[in-house]
Each structure stands twice: as structure tokens, then as C-alpha cells.
Design a protein around this ligand. Sequence first.
Ligand code: 2RA
Length: 405
Amino acid sequence: MRLPIAAGALVAIATSLSPTQAFTASPSLSSSFTSRRSYVPRNVHRSQPRRASTISSLQMSADLKVGVVGATGAVGKEIVGCLEKRSFPVGNLRIFGSERSAGKEVETKFGAVTVELFSEDSARECDVVFLAVDGDFSLAHAENICAGDDGAVVIDNSSAFRFTDGIPLVVPEINAETTKGKKLIANPNCTTAIGLMAVWPLHKLFGLKKMVMSTYQAASGAGQPGMDELVDGTKAVLSGERDVAENKIFAHPLPFNVIPHIDKFQENGYTKEEMKVTWETRKICGLGDDFPVSCTAVRIPTSRAHSESIVALFDKPVDVAAARKTLEEAPGVKLVDNPDKLEYPMPLTATGQYDIEVGRLRENIAFDNALEFFVCGDQLLRGAALNAVIVAEAMLDNGALVGSS
Ligand code: 2RA
């Protein structure tokens, strides 16, 4: 079966977001806790001391045919990196791209891989395909890649299917069981995935009633072009070449600025990025369609870790010590909350890490039964690539993903 490629859709393969999506788009305390701490140079991965989730050794022994579409973009590169570092059972790695990248060679732990021109037929030959492409491309091809008993499992990083009934939207530490028997899985928006890693354990403890989030989002949310625009613009201003940086990706110059605008404005005055936090929180956590979640999403001039200030209101009275203990034990979460030593979550320390950092934990003084805290997470890892790879691991574990001969 040969199915057509949507005209123009491949143009966006090399980056995870189009420019349009990026902006129109896109003292002393007595109780201090730090579970682990280490500084990581920007964009450098240190060895990961623990895994955000585990899969059984039996299933790890299967060798899978793995496809990555968009592997030359910022998220795609990290997917390949996660497959390598987490010892995902890759028997054969295939990288698919546009005409522009087809034929290029990519060095991987699994050997040198020549980028193939994408076709649905080729992608269907894989056991699992990670899509790190834009929503139009996913809409055109994802369902065809996974159709039928012989189709591949597809884990889609775009927003194309996040709110489609019957398609799971998954943060594996929260709702991995929803992938059972499914072949198309939606990966959440980075902002939601990072925040919910901290909110979910607290929800289980106290029962979430409402949530208000304010974000401080890195340039990487707009893909490699966003990171490049930040670095180039900062250099241009610091060298005296320009008074104010140029902007093509973001709505305004990002260097030396903050921009309270990510994704398109909606009729209710929120942006789509903000509403994604509301809609995705409801779906992933199994909350009602009118569950109250409000977000203000802001782009700041950092490279690749998103930060979030969260006020969570609960049904039950909150106990800060119990909350700390729960967060310390939560998979994929690192409690960094030691103000006496100036230790709290920061993009600098969260960059390159699998775990999200949570800290500045305190009882909120404006609302009853409310906690306030600060979260940082690597936008390209927990916010995208790592989450997708752990979804695949969970599917190996529950039998939704099996190797074919
Ligand atoms: C952003 N959340 O930061 C988006 C990317 N998925 O722009």
C-alpha cells in the first residue's frame, strides 16, 4: 500500500515548530530539603542516575525496528539520544526526513544511519515510529502509518491528536495504562508534561481542586530556530551591532525581554499555549471537562528548560512535610528545595536532566488548602523526547508494542 505524502508538510520536518506557531503561536528557613543536586553545563547531558520509569528485562530483550521522523530537528535529535542513553531495545533504527535531509548520514550508537525520504510504506515497516514533526504532517500521515494489524505504533509529538477521543494523551508516570491496546499515542505539550510531573503526586495526596500556573518558557519551545534567534540576537546586541535584536521566530525580540505571548490568542483572551495547559491537564489527569485550570504563558530568554510557578488548591488540608516526602519519592521528580543553601529549581540545573526539579514549596497564604511551588524541566526531554520514549517503554511493558520479525 502506498499512501500520498501531504503536499508541503515535509518542509516542517527539520524543526518541531513553524515560526508562526512559535509566537502567534509561539534568608533563612528552618526546613530545607534537597534530594540531589548537580550543575550541568548547558546542552550537555550528564549520566542519568535513575530512570523515570522502568521496563522489564524480558521485554527489553526484544529488538525493535524503530523509526524517527524529523530526527534532524531539536526534538528528533533528543529522541535518538534518549533511545541511545536509555538502552531502548533498538534492533534497527531508521530516520526519515524531507528531500532536504534525505541521504545525509547520522552517527548513532546503533551505527551510522542514512536519512531516508519519508514514505508511509517505509514507516509502516517499523514496529514503532516517533513523529517529531508539525501537526499538519502528523494529521496527514500518523493514522495511515498505524492503520491495520501490520501498522506501526506511532507516538506523535505534535498537537494533532491530543484532544481526539480514543487517542491517549500520555505522561507515562500518570496514565501509562491508557496506552494498552492502542497504536496511536499523543505526547503532551511540554508545559503540561513538565508541570504535571509535580502536580500529579500532590493530586493523589490531597485531591486537586483548582490550579493556577505562570510559565517562564525557554526559546527551545520554538525549536532550533528559536534557540538560534536567541543566541544570534543576544550576540548582535552585546557586540554593539544592534540596539535591539531582530525577530522572525518570536513575536518580539527575545534577548533582554520577556514576551507574554506563546501561540495564537483565543477568543477568551488566553493564548492557545495557555489553554493547552487547561485542556491537557483535564485529559491526562482524568479530571472533568470544566475542571478549573488557568495559565499565563511567557517566553523568556533562556535556552531549553521551561520554568513554572504553580498554585495548586486542594480538597484536603495541605501538609507541606507530606508534600515534600511525596515529591521526593515520585518517579521523574527531583526535590530541590533548600533555600538556606540557595538551592531551588532553575533552568540552568534542570537542563539536560531527565527528572524535573521542584522546589520553593510552601503553603500559599492567599487561599485555603493551597500549595505554591516552582518547577523546572528540560523542554526537549521531559517536555518532548524523553516523555515519548518512556511512553514506548511503557507500551513494551504492557504489550501494546511488540517486535515483529
Ligand atoms: C513552546 N510549548 O514552548 C511550546 C512548544 N511545544 O513554545
